[in-house]
Design a protein around this ligand. Structure first.
Ligand code: ATP
Ligand code: MG
Length: 236
């Protein structure tokens, strides 16, 4: 699993993340939910080693990884903007992370093919990402993350650019893939329907702080404070 101790990030005078101690059990899918600007992405970026915490520590499987470069961190991140390399083919994109892990070329291509199949993108291996729809590109990005076999998957609003129908379909798929691979996952969203659909647990952030963490039903039935109650009361 993954845990943080008193994770804090300041940008000058601005406290983006404040004293976040979070535990995600191995194999669990936690949805990090909260309004725009509450610190979700900054938290995820610190977990990924893309941002140095001002204070606090990050542990993956009980090993401290705070501030380790991403490829040493055993985590793999998918962004809202899919960040596929436009000049590499789909399969080269998926295989890319494996190169960083030191896998040889043949094994990389086999693994990449396998993961594209899982995402039902097997027939697009030789295509250019620029010829794919948004949803297809996102499947490729997910395949790339899954292929790395890193024990922690970090997803930052991976579905926010998709239309409603595709979004609902991908929510179901993320859930299915999660049951299949049992990867410890943190999925950031500001869409509460999405969080309650896919999360084993929900973590609610406000103003840099982690306000409440628990199973969806518990959070929904017993909001810890006025903020959570009102936030969950809003429709999005
Ligand atoms: P959203 O839902 O809009 O993506 P978020 O919850 O992901 O929001 P963050 O992106 O983590 O929020 O930002 C938290 C706060 O930190 C915001 O006030 C933001 O402006 C600020 N912030 C984030 N990154 C930086 C940076 N590199 N430099 C300065 N301020 C930053
Ligand atoms: Mg964000």
């Amino acid at each position: 699993g993954l845990h943080t101790e008193n994770l804090t990030k300041r940008f000058g005078d601005l406290v983006a993340v404040e004293d976040v101690s979070l535990t995600v059990e191995a194999g669990e899918l936690l949805c990090l939910l909260g309004p725009s600007g509450c610190g979700k992405s900054t938290t995820l970026r610190m977990l990924a080693g893309l941002e140095t915490p001002t204070e606090g520590e990050v542990y993956i499987n009980d090993t401290e990884v705070t501030d380790q470069p991403p490829y040493k961190q055993d985590s793999s991140m998918v962004f809202q903007e899919w960040a596929l390399f436009p000049h590499k083919s789909v399969i080269e994109n998926v295989a890319f992370g494996l190169k960083m892990q030191g896998m040889d070329k043949k094994a990389r291509r086999e693994k990449a093919r396998e993961m594209l199949e899982v995402m039902e993108m097997g027939e697009f291996g030789d295509a250019s990402p620029t010829d794919l729809s948004g949803g297809q590109q996102q499947r490729v990005a997910l395949a790339r993350s899954l292929a790395t076999e890193s024990p922690v998957l970090l997803l930052d609003e991976p579905l926010s650019n998709l239309d409603k129908r595709l979004k609902e379909q991908m929510q179901i798929e993320i859930k299915e893939i999660h049951s299949q691979f049992q990867r410890t996952t943190i999925h950031v969203t500001h869409d509460q329907d999405e969080a309650f659909t896919i999360g084993d647990k929900i973590g609610i952030m406000n103003d840099g702080r982690l306000v409440q963490v628990g199973p969806p039903r518990e959070v929904y039935n017993n909001p810890k404070n006025k903020f959570v109650e009102e936030f969950l009361g809003e429709t999005n």
